[in-house]
Design a protein around this ligand. Structure first.
Ligand SMILES: Nc1ncnc2c1ncn2[C@@H]1O[C@H](COP(=O)(O)OP(=O)(O)OP(=O)(O)O)[C@@H](O)[C@H]1O
Ligand SMILES: [Mg+2]
Length: 247
């Protein structure tokens, strides 16, 4: 019951670039994320944020340490077992979204739910809900390649949420968005979070992080700060405030 949605023990990633010095991207991270918690990961460029969330989603192999997803050891899984775990439990929004271009936007969003065994009706309803929330309904029949970067990013978010995954991992999901689209994305994230969605989200923007329950700050591959956001502060920062973020 109290099993964390996700936790890591002494997680380490060392990249061994050909010929060069090894890069210690993640240096011993102990992170625990409770079910239903919304954790923002912050820190300067190069501090290991993407490396961390990629390892959490099994997209990058850890050098040492442990990863547990929903009470199950995950770092020892092989690639195909990871693929199954990911399909069942994890939604992922990358810094660079990889949509399937020979499928429509609608199919891109529905596919993960269908693969995970949802009924076609349920998958379609979920897709309609998510595309509607992200103001993409009129793009449902387009190929992703015909969309703008911000639209593609929102499709990637809809796809990641299609499954109602145990954990949503997001690497700067508002990185390419203007203030109005940022507001739509944050309002959707807030909504699914209220419904119990666990979220681990990398962001550069303090105001975006203000939506989270907790902010974990990385520096040089280590956690240098891990703080629960005071409820009073949280109440003041809603998606509506994000309009002031850019421009
Ligand atoms: N495939 C790779 N091979 C070698 N080094 C890498 C690789 N990927 C990342 N790194 C290095 O690991 C460190 C952490 O990179 P990472 O992408 O995790 O940073 P980040 O915090 O996500 O930065 P940003 O905010 O710019 O996205 C950096 O020094 C980076 O150069
Ligand atoms: Mg990154």
């Amino acid at each position: 019951m109290n099993t964390p949605a996700l936790h890591t023990v002494g997680l380490v990633k060392v990249y061994q670039a050909g010929g060069g010095l090894p890069v210690h991207a993640v240096r011993g991270i102990d992170l625990q994320v409770a079910r239903g918690e919304f954790v923002a990961i912050m820190g300067p460029s190069g501090s290991g944020k993407s490396t961390l969330v990629h390892m959490l989603g099994g997209l990058d192999v850890r050098t040492s340490g442990e990863i547990w997803i929903d009470g199950r050891r995950a770092d020892t899984l092989n690639e195909s077992a990871w693929a199954i775990l990911r399909r069942q439990k994890i939604g992922f929004v990358f810094q660079f979204f990889n949509l399937v271009d020979n499928m429509t936007v609608a199919d891109n969003v529905e596919l993960p739910a269908l693969l995970a065994g949802a009924s076609p009706k349920h998958a379609r309803e979920r897709r309609e809900y998510l595309l509607g929330k992200l103001k993409l309904t009129d793009k449902a029949d387009s190929a992703p390649g015909r969309l703008s970067g911000g639209e593609q990013q929102r499709v990637a978010l809809a796809r990641a949420l299609a499954n109602q995954p145990q954990v949503l991992l997001a690497d700067e999901p508002t990185g390419n968005l203007d203030s109005s689209n940022t507001r739509d994305v944050l309002s959707l994230l807030g909504e699914v979070h209220r419904e119990g969605q666990t979220i681990v989200m990398v962001t550069h923007e303090a105001r975006v992080a203000g939506l989270a329950d907790r902010v974990v700050t990385l520096m040089d591959g280590q956690i240098i700060d891990d703080g629960v956001i005071a409820p009073t502060r949280r109440r003041k920062t809603g998606p509506g405030d994000v309009v002031e973020l850019r421009g």
